[in-house]
Design a protein around this ligand. Structure first.
Ligand SMILES: Nc1ncnc2c1ncn2[C@@H]1O[C@H](COP(=O)(O)OP(=O)(O)O)[C@@H](O)[C@H]1O
Ligand SMILES: [Mg+2]
Length: 307
């Protein structure tokens, strides 16, 4: 649905985006993750036809963002990272203005606005002034605005930043509803965990370069080739270390304060490990697995520790 090929953007002499390629399939909720300054907004502005790439191409629904910007704009709903001030107008007037700008036929307009407001939970707020809305409400209004022309693809630049936890959860629910309506969603964030439970796939960007893309579980697996089983024992540490080392899947063992850390390549047979220790009368107090969580992985990647 969205395809970036060798996308590059040079501002004056500064390369903000360097040879970025990846693909977003129809129906994905695709997370575009990277720390501040990584080049997310630059990429998104190119996709939204507001900025020309220096090299490379970007296609949305088979249309080139450079060659067919008008057609691309009809297919996408773009939510920018800052959305201006519309102080003196109400929620309804705001949406009506954008419906007009997107040439939603006047006859259909009321019905479209009602539907969009219901979806984004704004129905009760139609007469409220935009300036009076909370951040969460304003974010929903901004999303409502991007929906008035019923786009196939939503391109959302850090929509969840600055939301309180409750508003964030509501926002995720809304994204899932939109996906069920058949929309493809491309959404950026500087926090991986903010999106990890809603996204089907992600691309991770750092200093203008793509460092990983694909399914989150696959990325985590690729970046954490080693895993650790932690066994707590009562005494008998030396004996236990010897027994663990003798297991075929254990690559290394470290002992520290009654805690044994057995490393493996993701293929540990934990029942066998426990049995082996028990058979040899090692008093086991506990067995657990150390897993790298997403935040750890993200921190590792974006510090450039992983090439
Ligand atoms: N118009 C511009 N001129 C020069 N440099 C820019 C311009 N816009 C963005 N940059 C630089 O490009 C880099 C990427 O910015 P941006 O795409 O906004 O990143 P992100 O959205 O990931 O925070 C940053 O270093 C930023 O300072
Ligand atoms: Mg940005």
């Amino acid at each position: 649905m969205i395809e970036l090929t060798g996308l590059t953007k040079v501002y004056d002499s500064f390369t903000a985006l360097s040879d970025v390629s990846f693909r977003v399939d129809r129906g994905d909720i695709f997370g575009f993750i990277g720390p501040n300054g990584a080049g997310k907004t630059t990429t998104i502005r190119i996709l939204a036809t507001l900025l020309d790439p220096t090299h490379g191409s970007a296609m949305i629904d088979g249309l080139s963002v450079v060659e067919e910007p008008e057609a691309v704009r009809r297919v996408i709903g773009y939510m920018p990272d800052d959305y201006g001030a519309y102080d003196g107008i109400s929620v309804w007037e705001y949406l009506d203005f954008f419906a007009g700008a997107y040439k939603v036929p006047r006859r259909a307009r009321r019905r479209v606005l009602e539907a969009v407001m219901e979806l984004t939970d704004l129905d009760g707020l139609r007469h409220r002034l935009v300036v009076e809305l909370s951040k969460g409400m304003r974010q929903r209004l901004c999303l409502a605005k991007t929906l008035v022309h019923d786009p196939k693809v939503l391109i959302l630049d850090e929509p969840a930043s600055g939301l309180d936890p409750r508003a964030r959860i509501e926002f995720r629910v809304l994204l899932k509803e939109l996906r069920e309506m058949g929309k493809t969603i491309f959404i950026s964030s500087h926090i991986l965990t903010e999106l990890s439970d809603v996204c089907t796939k992600v691309a991770i960007l750092e200093r203008g370069k793509l460092v990983a893309s694909g399914e989150i579980a696959e990325i985590v697996k690729a970046l954490t080739p080693h895993q650790t089983v932690i066994v707590r024992v009562q005494g008998a540490a030396d004996k236990a270390v010897g027994l663990l080392r003798a297991l075929p899947f254990v690559t290394d063992v470290e002992a520290r304060d009654g805690e044994l850390r057995a490393r493996h390549a993701g293929d540990a047979d934990i029942p066998l490990l426990v049995r082996r220790l028990a058979e040899n009368d090692v008093p086991i107090l506990g067995v657990s697995e150390e897993k790298m969580d997403l935040e750890d992985v993200f921190m590792r990647i974006t510090k450039g520790e992983v090439a």
